[in-house]
Design a protein around this ligand. Structure first.
Ligand code: 2AM
Length: 416
């Protein structure tokens, strides 16, 4: 019997949580997974007592779907997505919809869109951000692809998405791989934000000699200012967190970072597009540098800096300079990110709604912040705005911050 509103394939945590979220919003979901035993496990545990149903096979899953059929995948990016598409297509009809909610490369999404269009199947590639918690209680969703699919998935997507006020952090992004492209740039910006926080930490710790508890307090204060954001909030929590021996856990974590690839793709795309997305590029390179730890240790023995940092000014004042430097750098990073989006739209012939993108990032996702509300306002005032720095609000903010910013950069360089 056709009873399910949507099927979801891929029962890792993200997939499970999205299903539970859809169920909470009144949608009947049919769950499926390559390893089929996980369907029964899920129904017997996490999904117990809900309206969620399961598929015994792909055929069984498809037979339980209302038409047009909606099938969402949350499986490992790459060949797993293509493998499921190949198995699904013979079971579907023209006008049915396949949605890829994984972290796929936008060029793959564009390719899949085109191939499925020829078969009459509507393909949607959607960015999903917010991690496990976001998936469960309200992610940021960035869908793009075959626009004819949007009226059929809009209610589910906007229903489960995070809300800012009453507005859902989900809207149609654009054609082909536009949704995954926007998610990619989101991840690049996330790398940039994290790098800026690390640099602020580095300056407070090594220039000003502050303890983790002191820095936690500063971050908590910063979270009441223009920097109000998820990443600053959790930085305060992380700095406060103690290991079982009572010392700050963060200091015990090896200072080498890996990467999943989306930050790198953003930098590559920026080079391809000829756009100066320097801050994200530096953030990606900083991760690369961090990961060659042995070489860094070796080099530090023979290439000393200018000696131990000696800061002689007013610490409290310097902390405020650092805050303003972080804020100004963040404005530059988002400006660069939106420059890249604009150039990609031109290159791929997409119509992107920049204010809508700012709103999609305003809540639910990892880079969620008050600041994205200001970006949304800038595009509301002028949807043709060529560059964020030319908006009156951001121009004013940069002018307010630039003296502090220059002080911090010069001090940091001089002191090594
Ligand atoms: P599994 O439980 O059968 O491993 C996240 O890894 C999700 O992607 C899981 O649901 C996993 O299914 C699925 N997955 C990973 N690689 C896959 C592949 N090659 N084909 C199909 N599903 C895959």
């Amino acid at each position: 019997m056709a009873e399910a509103d949507i099927a979801l394939i891929g029962l890792a945590v993200m997939g499970q949580n999205l299903i539970l979220n859809m169920n909470d919003h009144g949608f009947v979901v049919c769950a499926f997974n390559r390893t089929v035993s996980k369907v029964d496990d899920f129904l017997a545990n996490e999904a117990k007592g809900t309206k969620i149903i399961g598929g015994k096979s792909l055929e069984d899953m498809v037979s339980k779907l209302k038409k047009p059929r909606r099938v969402m995948m949350l499986v490992k990016a790459g060949s797993a997505v293509d493998a499921f598409i190949d198995k699904l297509v013979p079971l579907l009809e023209k006008g049915d919809i396949i949605i890829d909610g994984g972290n796929s490369e936008y060029l793959d999404t564009t390719r899949r869109c085109k191939a499925l269009q020829e078969k009459g199947i509507l393909f949607v590639g959607s960015g999903v951000s917010g991690g496990e918690d976001g998936a469960r209680y309200g992610p940021s969703l960035m869908p793009g692809g075959a626009k004819e699919a949007w009226p059929h998935v809009k209610d589910i997507f906007q229903g489960i998405a995070a809300k800012v006020g009453n507005e859902p952090c989900c809207d149609w992004v654009g054609d082909e791989g536009a949704g995954h492209y926007v998610k990619m740039v989101h991840n690049g910006i996330e790398y940039g934000d994290m790098q800026l926080i690390c640099e602020a930490y580095h300056l407070m710790k090594d220039l000003l000699g502050m303890s983790c508890d002191e820095m936690a307090e500063v971050m908590a204060e910063w979270n009441k200012t223009e920097l109000d954001s998820f990443l600053i909030e959790i930085s305060a929590d992380i700095l406060k967190f103690k290991d079982t021996d009572g010392s700050p856990l963060v200091e015990k974590i090896r200072d080498t970072a890996g990467q999943k690839g989306t930050g790198k793709w953003t930098a590559i795309s920026a080079l391809d597009a000829g756009m100066p997305v320097t801050l994200i590029g530096e953030a990606v390179f900083a991760r690369c540098l961090s990961s060659i730890k042995d070489l860094r240790i070796e080099a530090s023995k023979v290439l000393p800096g200018p000696g131990p940092a000696k800061f002689e000014g007013d610490k409290k004042e310097m902390v405020e300079h650092i805050r303003k430097a972080l804020y100004a750098s963040k404005i530059v990073s988002y400006t660069q990110g939106f420059m890249l989006l604009r150039e990609a739209a031109k290159q791929f012939n997409w119509t992107l709604n920049y204010g809508g993108i700012a709103l999609m990032w305003r809540g639910g996702c990892i880079i969620r912040s008050r600041f994205l509300g200001n970006i949304k306002e800038a595009f509301d005032k002028n949807s043709e705005l060529s560059n964020l720095l030319l908006d009156d609000f951001f121009k004013g903010e940069i002018l307010k911050c630039q003296d502090s910013w220059r002080k911090v950069v010069s001090q940091a360089a001089l002191i090594g």
